[in-house]
Design a protein around this ligand. Structure first.
Ligand SMILES: [Cu+2]
Length: 144
């Protein structure tokens, strides 16, 4: 093999290896969530099971918030049926949560989460700190 051909072969292998490095598998889907006094807004509201999501949650409010994705059942008064529940019980129901310790005013917290099952019923992004849900901090999502 001539030097030129060897050089070309090596070059082609290098180019192949470099381009192979450039084609990374798709990363997680970015979900930007904004918490306000008192609302929850999300760039994604329709989720699919098996897809990795990267949640970037920012508290743009003046007070501390938390972030949870959980099933919500409303009672006959249109209030969330979790008034009798302890914080531990609510946490156990949640698919994912970012506690208030990480979401003081102005803070941003991040989590990776992949839905594995299609839940029954009404699923919402919520903040369940006292009075916040009732003030408007809940937004329905769908999981397919
Ligand atoms: Cu809140």
């Amino acid at each position: 093999m001539s030097r030129i051909k060897l050089f070309m072969l090596v070059s082609m292998i290098m180019i192949f290896l470099l381009s192979a490095c450039g084609t990374k598998p798709n990363g997680p889907v970015i979900v930007r969530v904004t918490l306000k006094d008192f609302a929850v807004e999300s760039s994604v509201t329709e989720f699919k099971t098996g897809v990795p999501y990267h949640f970037i949650v920012t508290n743009e409010g003046q007070v501390v918030h938390e972030f949870m994705i959980m099933p919500i059942t409303m009672d006959s008064m249109g209030m969330p049926g979790m008034s009798g529940m302890s914080m531990e019980q609510r946490d156990a129901m949640a698919f994912m949560m970012i506690p208030q310790e990480e979401l003081s005013a102005g803070a941003t917290a991040e989590r990776d989460y992949t839905f594995t099952t299609i839940p029954q019923g009404n699923i919402e992004m919520v903040c369940t700190l006292a009075g916040h849900f009732e003030a408007g901090m809940h937004a329905p999502v769908t999981i397919k």
